[in-house]
Structure formats: structure tokens, C-alpha cells
Design a protein around this ligand. Structure first.
Ligand code: FES
Length: 169
């Protein structure tokens, strides 16, 4: 008889076990999403969206075309998009060139063949000039060529990555 009594759980013990279990479950349910949010950006694969579709390769001509494209950006937990622009064309060697329009002097936007600047990129801010390959012309303010975007061609489509500097004079 007394053995049977020892195996029984008192009402107080039952309530303690139940409340501890429910409390632990609710605590875990509240904390786990927070831990997931905190760790998630660290676990994201890097570089999966580094290249963006810009245009079909068949549309690229020897005449530079100005194309805009959107780049997703992540800063920790903040996601946004930035719009970028490139001058895209084929060189005389039939290679694809995608140039940043950001002047290497003080960051104004260069234009192709504006005014009387035939076959050149021109920056109106301080009369900066670049030749057809985007190389800065001597005795004008820019001291480096226009940066060139990294690119990939996949199934006839042109994807651009980051604009890379091309040295300076
Ligand atoms: S910013 Fe382009 S020439 Fe000065």
C-alpha cells in the first residue's frame, strides 16, 4: 500500500511539471525566431546575385548604348535596390565593353558624343574627355580611364557585375 503511494504524483508536482513544460515551450517559441533573424544574414550565400541581366547580346552594337539596371543590395538586415548605368558596346576587336558612366575626376556622369565631341565620351562638369575605349585623354581633368563592368554572357544574355577601376595615368 505504501509502495503504491510512493509512485503517485501529487497534484502539486503535476502542476509544477506541466507549468515548467508549457513555460519552456513558450520560451523556445519566442526565442527561436529571434535567433534565426540574428543569424540568417551570416548564413546567406555570397555572390549569388552579383551579376544582373542587362540586355541581349544580339542587341549590342558598335555604337555605345546607355543601359540602366537594378542591383539588389543587402546591408545586414536591410535590403534595398540601387539603379546603375553602363555604356555598352562592341570594340573594334568585336569584344564587349561595358563602361561605368561615372567620371574618374569628380564623379559627374559622362555622355557619349555630346556636343561636338565625336567618337568620345565627354564629361560636362570640367570638360573631361575619354576616347572610344573610355581611356582618359591627356590634358583633360580625368586621370584614369572609366571603370569597366565585369560581365558574363549566358544563353545570349549579357549580365553585368561590379565596375572595376582600370588604373590611372
Ligand atoms: S567630374 Fe568629370 S571632368 Fe570633372
Amino acid at each position: 500500500m505504501s509502495e503504491k503511494k510512493n509512485n503517485q504524483v501529487s497534484r502539486r508536482q503535476f502542476l509544477n511539471y506541466t507549468l515548467t513544460g508549457v513555460g519552456g515551450f513558450m520560451g523556445a517559441a519566442m526565442v527561436s525566431p529571434m535567433v534565426g533573424m540574428a543569424v540568417d544574414p551570416l548564413l546567406q550565400a555570397e555572390g549569388s546575385s552579383d551579376f544582373q541581366y542587362v540586355m541581349d547580346v544580339s542587341e549590342i552594337t558598335q555604337e555605345p548604348q546607355r543601359k540602366s539596371f537594378t542591383v539588389p543590395q543587402e546591408d545586414g538586415w536591410y535590403e534595398s535596390e540601387s539603379e546603375q548605368t553602363a555604356w555598352i558596346y562592341r570594340t573594334e576587336n568585336d569584344e564587349i565593353l561595358a563602361l561605368s558612366p561615372v567620371c574618374t575626376h569628380l564623379g559627374c556622369t559622362v555622355d557619349w558624343e555630346s556636343g561636338d565631341h565625336d567618337n568620345e565620351f565627354f564629361c560636362p562638369c570640367h570638360n573631361g574627355r575619354y576616347d572610344r575605349m573610355g581611356v582618359n585623354i591627356a590634358d583633360t581633368p580625368p586621370t584614369a580611364p572609366l571603370p569597366a563592368y565585369e560581365y558574363r554572357v549566358e544563353e545570349g544574355k549579357l549580365y553585368l557585375g561590379k565596375a572595376q577601376p582600370r588604373g590611372g595615368a
